[in-house]
Design a binder for this molecule. Structure first.
Ligand SMILES: *[C@@H]1O[C@H](CO)[C@@H](O)[C@H](O)[C@H]1NC(C)=O
Length: 508
């Protein structure tokens, strides 16, 4: 069988191989995983109560007053997994039209407000009569890239979104580093996560909270990203997608929707119970899959896995795929793999399944991605070779269900009911064969009742502990000082002031 499969992988000529590697190098230097999210600096817990109070009132079942027409929103996105999916927005008065990246892994709305070599135009605040500065600075660091700017508010409309004008917080980006990249066609970023991630603090109301509060649409949005199987290097005709604000559009998915609870409202944090490569269970302690968190993030290109999990997946793929002597450079992202045109390599790779906790917590369901989603075409050479990259990478800050996986599904961010839904997307298929599958329910017994506790503490908690320890140290020092000073002074009665003598008498 091994011999049979090997036949499909042609040995490249040395020259082609070199070009292929050069291409791989270029691609991976610029874009392994573009916008993973800012690391939190606050104690997120203390703010949780007020947050859920805000959201609990919102569970409208359907369109309240014709504010939302989902059909208008279909195909309102452009882009691909490598450079992100963006939507057109009109900012200020008179309106300035900009393309804005959709990112479910952060919570600020930020747009370029000054020229930058990699963007074509920017938001000019001086030309907007409705812009109001709040004279506060703001800075956000992503896993890749960072920016600094000024906070303010302005009015916006979304041509293919809910009708009406909304006043929202805007961060005007004045300087940035590694944030705007060559070849992107967007000028700003729209963070759809919860207020706890907003910078400089959660009082800066995120865009979608403002939209829900001001228009009355249900507190739900959903995303269909349609770049699967499309080469990420073709700029001419970017793939599309849909961001439905206010609900769920049935024509964007097939089969049923499975929901997983949002564990904590900061990122869209979910609980992963199990991973399978082909039919092989990785059999790791389920806490490893959620270390230190598992999130759903449209602004991250790849499926990112904690180090141990990544190694286990690569190991299992190498066993299952029957591709011997397959270059490890492919899996660590430094090399592309190329096949003769027309020889689809996808048949050589296994499916990968992620089991998520169902809303009935004693059950789970699985989302399955076919190799068409994680072995991604990026470029071709001489018109005879097609080259692919590996759509999975290791992560030091948790599991990220990024665009690689999301492109197979219609993903519903049901904030009103604190859950994220998955259904097979209508746009992820080729010749009637879908690139993704979904199945359930499975019994979650045998899996720990909680796969998230006991993982390393999150950064904000560490800060609280650090400050608490510092406080205790300071107290101990003060007590020690008092104990040291007081006995000495007792021998020098003449020098004591009235104040300290009070203390002295009490010690007696
Ligand atoms: C949850 O799942 C368990 C196991 O399948 C089942 O016995 C139970 O009835 C379910 N609970 C609800 C509320 O559906």
């Amino acid at each position: 069988l091994g011999q049979h499969f090997k036949r499909y992988r042609r040995v490249l000529s040395l020259a082609a191989q070199k070009r292929c590697q050069a291409a791989a190098h270029k691609l991976f230097e610029t874009q392994p995983s573009i916008f993973p999210s800012p690391a939190p600096l606050l104690d997120l817990r203390s703010l949780r109560k007020s947050q859920s109070a805000v959201e609990s009132g919102l569970s409208l079942a359907s369109d309240p007053a014709g504010i939302v027409d989902f059909l208008d929103m279909i195909n309102n996105l452009k882009g691909d997994s490598g450079r992100g999916y963006y939507m057109q927005m009109v900012i200020g008065t008179p309106g300035q039209t900009l393309n804005i990246l959709v990112d479910t892994g952060s919570s600020n709305f930020a747009v370029a407000a000054a020229a930058h070599p990699y963007i074509t135009h920017y938001y000019n605040r001086a030309l907007s009569s409705t812009y109001q500065s709040s004279s506060r600075g703001v800075a956000v660091k992503y896993t890749q890239g960072e920016w600094e700017g000024e906070l303010g508010t302005d009015r916006i409309t979304i041509p293919q979104g809910p009708s009406g004008t909304v006043t929202i917080n805007i961060a005007a980006i004045l300087t940035s580093e590694g944030f705007f990249l060559p070849g992107i066609n967007w000028q700003g970023i729209l963070g759809f996560a919860y207020p706890l991630l907003a910078r400089p603090d959660p009082s800066v109301e995120p865009f979608f909270n403002s939209v829900v509060r001001q228009t009355g649409i249900p507190d739900v949005f959903s995303l269909q990203m349609c770049g699967a199987g499309v080469s990420a290097s073709t700029t001419a005709d970017p793939a599309g997608g849909s961001l439905i604000m206010g609900g769920v559009e049935p024509t964007l998915y097939q089969g049923s929707v499975w929901y997983t609870p949002v564990l904590e409202e900061w990122y869209y944090q979910v609980e992963v119970l199990k991973l399978e490569v082909g039919t092989q269970n990785l059999n790791l302690d389920c806490k490893e899959y959620n270390s230190d968190k598992a999130i759903v993030d449209s602004g991250t290109t790849l499926l990112r896995l904690p180090g141990n999990v990544f190694s286990a997946v690569v190991e299992a793929i190498m066993q299952t795929s029957l591709i011997e002597d397959f270059s490890t450079g492919f899996f660590d992202g430094t090399k592309l793999a190329c096949w003769m045109r027309g020889e689809s390599p996808w048949r050589l790779f296994p499916k990968i399944s992620i089991y998520l906790r169902a809303t009935n917590t004693s059950q789970s369901f699985r989302i399955t991605i076919l190799p068409q989603l994680y072995v991604q075409p990026v470029t071709s050479i001489d018109g005879t070779l097609d080259c692919f990259r590996f759509g999975i990478s290791p992560s030091a800050n948790g599991l990220v269900i990024g665009a690689t996986v999301m492109e197979g599904f219609y993903v519903i961010f049901d904030r009103a009911q604190k859950r994220v839904g998955f259904a097979v997307s209508t746009c992820a298929e080729n010749g009637g064969v879908p690139f993704a599958e979904i199945a359930g329910p499975f019994l979650a017994e045998g899996v720990a009742s909680d796969c998230t506790s006991g993982v390393p503490l999150r950064e904000p908690v560490m800060w609280v502990i650090a400050y608490a320890l510092m406080g205790i140290c300071a107290l101990v020092l003060i007590v020690l000082l008092i104990l040291l000073i007081l006995p000495c002074r007792r021998h020098r009665d003449g020098e004591i002031t009235d104040e300290s003598s009070l203390v002295r008498h009490r010690i007696k």
